[in-house]
Design a protein around this ligand. Sequence first.
Ligand code: 16C
Length: 255
Amino acid sequence: RRAMSIRAKSTPVPKIALSPTHPKYEEINKVVSSHLLRLDERTETGADTWQCIAEDGELKVYKREIEENGMVVDPLKAVHTVTGITGHEVCHYFWDVSVRMDWEVTLDSSDAIEWLSEDTFVSHNVLKRVWPASTRDAVFWSHIRHVGGESDEDPNRWIVVNYSCDHPKIPVSNKFVRITMNVAMICQTIIEPPADGNITRDNIRCKISYTADVNPGGWAPASVLRAVYKREYPRFLKRFTQYVMDATADKDILF
Ligand code: 16C
């Protein structure tokens, strides 16, 4: 029933390298589809009521203030448009755990603990400590997927989702407070072909939509947390997209 309603809105049929018999297959498809649907609804209605917390050129970061049992769980979303890189490139570098520590400045460590398929793995991540709160860790699966348009008019997208899960290798311990998250990076490449038809990096732009629903997992002072978010999310988007521009500048374009 759910799949029907998603299809009716013409969200492309998901392709997944993970076997349909894998225990995570349903969950991954469901989470990916809901992110794509959320994005479609957002662009369709445009009737969002979000508070802008940062704006810098094409970059805009928004939040909604929500507390659950006294804990800040503000949903966050950002949009950005960057010239010279494709959605495939942005998503690839966001997903590739072997380069995560090259651009992540909020983590102390990040280790892949299990590969579920060639496009999905589970990692354990230890965050840098923010005084006066205790150190946090996170275990989540990361999944990358190309969502091709069904017709020429349909957007051709790449998506990465980082979604919290349990893993027997890394049970919750008293060493860290476990945070949980549902993070998505969705990208669309815009190509403006030059008259000579020879597409270079000057002719491509990437429209990025990033959303993060994070539960800090335990007590953290709301004002400090909101101040850290306000500073760190824009910094992440600028730093990460610059990282992708630098990493791809001399490489063939990965469409
Ligand atoms: O999406 C991002 N990175 C991905 C790959 O690593 C992945 C990770 C998401 C982590 C999101 C963490 C959210 C913060 C948790 C709350 C920590 C409580 C601290 C208590 C404060 C009083 O999807 C990019 C994520 C960009 C994250 C920006 C916000 C991060 C705050 C993290 C705190 C460490 C700051 C260290 C300052 C140098």
